[in-house]
Design a protein around this ligand. Structure first.
Ligand code: URP
Ligand code: ZN
Ligand code: ZN
Length: 470
């Protein structure tokens, strides 16, 4: 807490709340001026304040940061159903005030082309702040050189794929080169770790045997394929002297590889997503084509993996929960694979419910503290991806991206009520306890009592800093 300057007036004051950051819990008011947190004190003067928000009985937490989304993304013969307008509005409804999406470099393109294309997609549409990772699919000498330039422009992380042969997959030599270059320029490699070659053989076998229903998407992508690739990614990163961040971890096989690496002191980090914490392969045991709603990569696993992932979050083997939000409507989009699971666009919707789901399972489930919750949905993402302390905490000088959180309010997730532009919910019928009531982005309300009150286009592109070890 800092002493209050005489006569200080605020644009907005949040009063009577319990501020929860990754490290502290304290009952204090928050004064906001020009989009920033200007004061944190026991009782701030209300005179002259433009707006006073009463947070009595509620927590005030930093806005959530979702570091893994795919808005307006062409994939699997179609395009993800949320663009930067609908996706960021849905994110805000769930208490997320920053997201990091992926700019895809297609073969033959420069990395800059990818960045420019995705900047145009977001421009004038995003309702909350955003940044980009760059997906690299083609790494010649020119693109290797470009990696440094991109880092300097604030695109300080790169996603590489060890799966999807012929589309995104890179060989080990290319991955190693990219990692070495990232290490040189202060970039972070985000790895999609699945053994794409072995999976492809399993997929071709399944098709030859006439196994074409959605469940075979999961059955042809074993946990061993994820564990093996995770171990290989870590080994390549160790040789390159580079940090590595494993995305969308789904199973214990991969978790164990990360745990071992972290025990050895390597700069290895990982995220999981709510679908792997709340859903299992049993969700695919549904009649007809319904299982297509759960076709994403890596796939859903046996139920026992869920508890291992929760433990991984509690013990800091996993640092982050993101969503991998990549929505496709059941009608017409998922239906592209009606007769062949390989044609089902991979991905699921989740951007809106990350915080509520993690709070429900983590806090009400008795697995970790509210501070740890804030750490994994906001602070660690900000630190790992070069946004801290502007984002990811509540401190004087930080952006006033704040969520007034009701820890006891309950809601049942349903596609009938959600704001994502997709005709189903992966989490339909799940009751969550802990929901955002008011969401501020740089000091302005974007959501109040369940209503969007922000403005598409107000979101700003965030230039991120280089990687700093967590
Ligand atoms: O199924 C998924 N996860 N779709 C999005 C692309 C990716 O691999 O993250
Ligand atoms: Zn991926
Ligand atoms: Zn993804």
């Amino acid at each position: 807490m800092r002493p209050l300057e005489d006569g200080m007036k605020f644009d907005t004051i949040i009063k009577n709340g319990q501020i929860v950051t990754a490290t502290d819990t304290q009952a204090s008011d928050i004064g906001i001026t020009s989009g920033k947190v200007a004061a944190i004190a026991n009782s701030l003067p209300q005179e002259g304040a433009g707006k006073v928000i009463d947070a009595a009985g509620r927590m005030v937490i930093p806005g959530g940061i979702d570091v893994h989304t795919h808005l307006d993304m062409p994939f699997g013969g179609t395009t993800s159903a949320d663009d930067f307008e609908s996706g960021t509005i849905a994110a805000a409804h769930g208490g997320t005030t920053t997201l990091i999406d992926f700019a895809i470099q297609y073969k033959g393109q420069s990395l800059r082309q990818a960045f420019d294309t995705w900047m145009k997609k977001a421009d004038g549409k995003a309702a909350i702040d955003y940044a980009f990772h760059c997906i690299i699919t083609d790494l010649g000498t020119a693109q290797l050189e470009e990696m440094g330039a991109l880092v300097r422009e604030g695109v300080s992380s790169f996603k590489l794929f060890m799966a999807y042969p012929g589309v995104f997959m890179l060989d080990d030599a290319t991955i190693f080169r990219a990692m070495s270059q990232a290490a040189k320029y202060g970039g972070l490699i985000c790895m999609h770790a699945e053994n794409g070659g072995a999976i492809d053989v399993l997929v071709q076998r399944a098709l030859a045997e006439g196994k074409r229903s959605p469940k075979y998407h999961a059955l042809t992508r074993p946990t061993t394929a994820e564990g093996e690739a995770t171990g290989r990614a870590i080994a390549l990163a160790e040789m390159a002297g580079a940090p590595v961040y494993i995305v969308h971890m789904s199973c214990n096989d991969a978790l164990e590889k990360v745990r071992e690496a972290r025990d050895r002191g390597l700069a290895v980090y990982a995220e999981t997503c709510p679908q792997y914490l709340f859903l299992s392969i049993e969700n695919m045991d549904v009649p007809g084509f319904e299982g297509a709603k759960y076709v994403f990569t890596p796939p859903l696993r046996e139920k026992w993996h869920q508890e291992k992932l929760w433990q991984g979050l509690a013990r800091d083997t996993l640092q982050v929960v993101s969503t991998d939000h990549c929505p496709f409507c059941f009608k017409e989009q998922k239906e592209l694979g009606k007769d062949d699971f390989t044609k089902i666009p991979n991905g699921g919707p989740g951007i809106e419910h990350r915080l509520s789901l993690v709070y429900t399972g983590g806090i009400h489930g008795g697995r970790f503290s509210p501070n740890r919750f804030v750490q994994m949905v906001a602070t660690a993402p900000a630190k790992l991806f070069g946004l801290y302390p502007r984002k990811g905490t509540i401190a004087v000088g930080s952006d006033a991206d704040l969520v007034v959180w009701d820890p006891n309010a309950e809601e049942v997730i349903s596609a009938e009520r959600h704001h994502m532009k997709v005709d189903y919910s992966m989490f339909e019928g799940i009751k969550v306890k802990g929901v955002p009531k008011t969401v501020l982005s740089r000091g302005r309300a974007v959501v109040e009592n369940g209503k969007f009150v922000g403005k598409a286009g107000r979101g700003e592109f965030l230039k991120r800093q280089t990687f700093v070890r967590l």
